[in-house]
Structures are given as structure tokens and as C-alpha cells.
Design a binder for this molecule. Structure first.
Ligand code: KG4
Ligand code: ZN
Length: 334
């Protein structure tokens, strides 16, 4: 069968995922085993528990992916795996499984960057127009990435403390929502007519960096004040105030970066790209300012292996293969 078939593995956090992608574009199969239900009881991801769950399902998912694709194992062109960043124990499970398969089938291995995966999730739908600016917002990352051309990344701004998704989850917890609370805060925000007054954190003039911890503390203070006065917490108003503050700063910085670097396209990616308020504001601003915007379908926004297959394909076309000695890189840079 013609084409490049990459089997990709993603185990950097709490999703075990295996995909097979043709030519970095067509997703033959994308299996995702989420551990959310397990971690809910702890109110967040417990690294050791995550690693064990990856161990329990990775082999089965690899077998199932190959079976569902209808390919013979030998028809695979390469095996790709998330090398970092992420939880080291979790990463290692995927890396060991991918190495073993690559060795057994005598196929090349392609170690892939998780954030490159989130960005190239956009490639699964359409060509990316360069130069591009990517706004990456997830549970672990908040970054503005400049891409002059395919395969070139320059981080021009990032969070100095909490990631956006992390701040959402912490705010959600203080408002009494279950883990992961991002979607709950999003829904409460969109349903509320009133918004609590909360600060916008812009940092130094011209900076593309973000800081979420002050805003998060402001929310916690509001919640505690209400508690001390014996008042009921206005979940909706706090959620909406928080969301408006986050979205205003994210949108303003991403749009400014797109203008400054002459981007032909703005890419929104990562789990928080599912946020209704962010999608709506960014879409409206990009339309008003004539910036083409791309957002991957929801299933490719949250962690998945298809996006790793898309990113690995770019490395494949550039001949950037890995050896069997790669190890997990928890703090890997783009
Ligand atoms: O990309 P992702 O699946 O995992 C990481 O690589 O971190 O992102 C998960 C994060 C969680 O923090 C979750 O609360 C957040 O994305 N999230 C949302 C929404 N949906 C998911 N945050 C705000 N609004 C949403 N609708
Ligand atoms: Zn992610």
C-alpha cells in the first residue's frame, strides 16, 4: 500500500493513546484510554498511578490499533512516541513499548515533542500556512510559539507559573467542581449573566509571557471571603469573571504576536482549545482583524496519539529519526 504509515504512541500524562496515521494527515485509527475516572478520586493526576495504568493497557492498544487499521505490522513505516515533556514514569512506559515494537519489526523510531504534537494536530485537517503563530493552551502548557516554516519552533512567550488548564482546574476545585474542572468552569461562565471583578495580568509592556497564579489567588480570596461571611459562593459570577480575565489576555497576546510576526495563520491548540469562551473570542477577533484561524477538531485538541503521528511525519520527511537509546525528557524544549 502506498504512503507512509506511522504508528504513534502517547503516554505523557493521563491518556494512553495509540494511533496509525498515513502521510501525517489521514487518521486510520486513534485509540484513547482516558484515566480521568481513576484520578478523579484524588482530585488530580497521581504520577505513579498514571504509569501503572499505562502499563496495563499499552500493549493491548498497540495490538488493537494494528488490527483495526487492516495493515500487516510489516506495512508500518515507522514507530513514533512522545519523548517529552511530561511525567517521566508515564513517558517511559510509552517509550519502552515503542522501542520494543520498533526493534521487533525492524522499523525506525521517531521521538516526538508533545507540544509539536498539539500544534501539528492542525495538520490533520489542512495544510498549515507559514509563518504561523500557535497558541498552545493545555493542562501543562501555555505558550505562544512562532513558526517561520515547517519544523521550526521559537517559543516567544510562556507562563511564568501555572498553565491555563491547571489554573482552571484549581479554580474549579475551589468552586466545588469535580476534576478536571475546566469544562465545568467554562459551562458555569457561559451560563452566568454577571461577572466578578478580577484583575488582568499583562506583565511588562510587549511581553508575550503569562502569569496565572495572581488571578488564581484572587479567585481563592473571593471564595474565602464569602465563606467567612457565611454567604453562598456565586459560582457563575466567579467562573465568568475568571474566564473573561483569562480569555482577554490570551486573545490579546496571541493576536498581537500574529501581527508582529506577520503570521499567515493563527493556530489554537491544546486541551483548553475546547473552551467555549476562548474559541468564541478568538474567532471573533481573528475575523475582525483578518487573521486566518485554525482550531483542530475537539478529539485532536486533548491528548491523543494522532497528533503525535502528524508531528512525527514532519520529522520523517526531514529524515530526523531517533535511535533506540532515547529516554523520557520531562523538561524537553521545542
Ligand atoms: O491537552 P490536555 O488534554 O492535557 C495536557 O496536555 O495538559 O489538556 C487538559 C486540560 C485540563 O486542565 C482541562 O481542565 C482543560 O484542559 N480543559 C478545559 C476545557 N476542556 C478541557 N479548560 C477550560 N475550558 C474547557 N472547556
Ligand atoms: Zn497535552
Amino acid at each position: 500500500r502506498a504512503g507512509t504509515y506511522i504508528l504513534a504512541v502517547e503516554t505523557s500524562c493521563d491518556e494512553t493513546s495509540v494511533a496509525i496515521v498515513r502521510d501525517g494527515r489521514d487518521v486510520l485509527v486513534n485509540l484513547v484510554a482516558s484515566q480521568i475516572e481513576t484520578h478523579k478520586a484524588f482530585g488530580g493526576v497521581v504520577p505513579e498511578v498514571a504509569s501503572r495504568q499505562h502499563v496495563e493497557c499499552i500493549t493491548r492498544l498497540m495490538e488493537q490499533a494494528i488490527a483495526e487499521s487492516g495493515l500487516e505490522p510489516d506495512e508500518l513505516s515507522a514507530i513514533a512516541v512522545t519523548e517529552g515533556p511530561g511525567l517521566v514514569g508515564a513517558l517511559l512506559v510509552g517509550i519502552m513499548a515503542a522501542k520494543a515494537l520498533a526493534f521487533a519489526l525492524d522499523k525506525p523510531l521517531i521521538g516526538t515533542h508533545h507540544i509539536a504534537g498539539h500544534i501539528y494536530a492542525n495538520r490533520l485537517t489542512d495544510e498549515i500556512q507559514y509563518p504561523a503563530i500557535a497558541l498552545v493552551v493545555s493542562g501543562g502548557h501555555t505558550e505562544i510559539v512562532r513558526m517561520e516554516s515547517e519544523g521550526r519552533f521559537e517559543v516567544v512567550g510562556q507562563t511564568r507559573d501555572d498553565a491555563v488548564g491547571e489554573a482552571y482546574d484549581k479554580v474549579a476545585r475551589s468552586l466545588g467542581f469535580p476534576y478536571p474542572g475546566g469544562p465545568h468552569v467554562d459551562r458555569a461562565a457561559q451560563a452566568s449573566d454577571t461577572a466578578a471583578a478580577l484583575p488582568r495580568v499583562w506583565l511588562e509592556e510587549g511581553s508575550y509571557d503569562f502569569s496565572l497564579s495572581g488571578l488564581k489567588s484572587a479567585v481563592l480570596n473571593l471564595v474565602n471571603q464569602s465563606r467567612m461571611k457565611g454567604e453562598e459562593i456565586d459560582q457563575g459570577a466567579i467562573a465568568r469573571g475568571f474566564q473573561e480575565s483569562v480569555v482577554e489576555v490570551l486573545v490579546a497576546k496571541a493576536v498581537r504576536a500574529a501581527h508582529q510576526f506577520g503570521a499567515k495563520q493563527l493556530l489554537l491548540c491544546g486541551g483548553v482549545a475546547a473552551n467555549g469562551g476562548l474559541r468564541r473570542e478568538l474567532t471573533a477577533r481573528c475575523e475582525a482583524e483578518g487573521i486566518p484561524l485554525a482550531i483542530p477538531p475537539m478529539r485532536y485538541c486533548t491528548d491523543n496519539a494522532a497528533m503525535i503521528g502528524a508531528a512525527a511525519y514532519v520529522k520523517w520527511t526531514r529524515g530526523e529519526l531517533s535511535d533506540l537509546f532515547i529516554k523520557g525528557e520531562p523538561g524537553m524544549s521545542l
